[in-house]
Design a protein around this ligand. Structure first.
Ligand code: 4NP
Length: 168
């Protein structure tokens, strides 16, 4: 059995964007039949929501598209995460910059840092917008990006693992 590809999705609070992407990526990986190739988690830069379930609006919008993210709980990213995960995917440029600073405190970092949307053609360098102080339309945009970005990331990673024609 080969080692799974370890992925960590990171936003600011770990209650809106990154749990949404975690739920969507997991669901897509389930459907593709390649779920066992991945270890998936999410975390936040800030500690202010640690232990909380995803924001109720994020849960509702996700549920309306068939994703149940209610069992997820927020946690804070730390230097040890850079030693465990292969890829740490930031939801926006501010989070990416903070992760780059944090990486210096990791003893043996192996994780590759990138923006989540760097893996989606035409969206390289872009932020997943923060919906927390915004309205329903932004939660829908987050889900659109989560779906398109996750599929593209999964195809990229499976190809790298030698899986072609994954049926996803
Ligand atoms: P997230 O959204 O980073 O997508 O989870 C936010 C959640 C909480 C806060 C900001 C953004 N906050 O300021 O508490």
């Amino acid at each position: 059995m080969t080692e799974p590809v370890r992925l960590l999705f990171v936003c600011l609070g770990n209650i809106c964007r990154s749990p949404t992407v975690e739920g969507v990526f997991s669901s897509q990986a389930d459907k593709s039949g390649w779920r066992s190739m991945f270890e998936i988690d999410s975390a936040g830069m800030a500690g202010s929501h640690v232990g909380e379930p995803p924001d109720r609006r994020a849960q509702r919008h996700a549920r309306d598209r068939g994703y149940d993210i209610s069992a997820l709980r927020a946690r804070q990213v730390g230097p040890q995460d850079f030693e465990h995960y292969d890829h740490i995917l930031a939801m926006d440029n501010m989070v990416l910059a903070a992760l780059q600073r944090m990486q210096k405190f990791s003893r043996q970092p192996k994780a590759e840092l990138a923006l989540f949307l760097d893996f989606l053609d035409g969206h390289e360098g872009q932020d997943v917008p923060d919906p927390y102080y915004s309205d329903a339309a932004v939660f829908e945009t987050v889900l659109d990006m989560a779906e398109a970005g996750s599929l593209s990331l999964m195809r990229h990673l499976l190809k790298k693992q030698g899986v072609f024609g994954c049926g996803c």
